[in-house]
Design a protein around this ligand. Sequence first.
Ligand code: AP5
Ligand code: MG
Ligand code: ZN
Length: 208
Amino acid sequence: MGKRILLLGAPGAGKGTQSKRLAETYGVEHVTTGDALRANKDMETEYGTPRSFMEKGELVPDAVVNEIVEAALEDADGYVLDGYPRNLSQAEYLTEITDLDAVIYLKVAESELVERLTGRRVCDDCGTNFHVKFNQPEEEGVCDDCGGELVQRDDDTEETVRERLSVFKENTEPVIEHYRDEGVLVEVDGEQTPDEVFEDVQAVIDDA
Ligand code: AP5
Ligand code: MG
Ligand code: ZN
């Protein structure tokens, strides 16, 4: 059975950057509620569309994301879970549907998060992340991996980033404390270079 890895961290902590590499290295599924919701932004649910929440930086209702995660985990032989759980009720749901081999928290200071998010550029085709300062593509505006166009996410404006960080503090920090209390949380310094972070994360997983 493939490893079951949970990656926690604030918006901009590097969850997507690390998850993509982890999924390739360990041959597991990258399960990310953010990408799944972005791909279905205008899906009608009884609560409204995902877009109506995401544009404001608010959480999409639990019922919608729980269903996405359950379906994705059912099909996966090992996974790296990115962007879920984001509140205690989602964390309880996750406990009901799966066990975890590693729970890793990428720790990054708030001032750094704002700069990372407002400078992020994402490949429109393959989803690879770049940054205008910290992680430049070889050619401006073009993806190194697939040649796709690099775009800015709708919710990466400074105002929405501030809202996402406050939603994180209120809803997701208690999730981190919950795993810490259970004694399963391993903290990794997310302010190192992406390669250094990856090494530390790998060490945690290989140890698990
Ligand atoms: P989601 O897409 O999950 O966004 P997020 O959690 O806010 O996190 P990000 O994707 O912004 O950051 P990341 O940690 O992946 O960082 P990245 O690697 O890109 O969610 C979006 C929205 O969807 C939510 O607001 C909500 O509305 C909804 N949603 C999603 N899941 C939900 C759920 N479970 N329940 C309810 N609603 C949900 O890195 C960021 C930047 O930094 C990049 O430019 C990168 O190149 C750069 N970078 C990365 N690592 C480093 C490094 N080590 N040093 C320097 N720069 C770095
Ligand atoms: Mg992400
Ligand atoms: Zn690409």
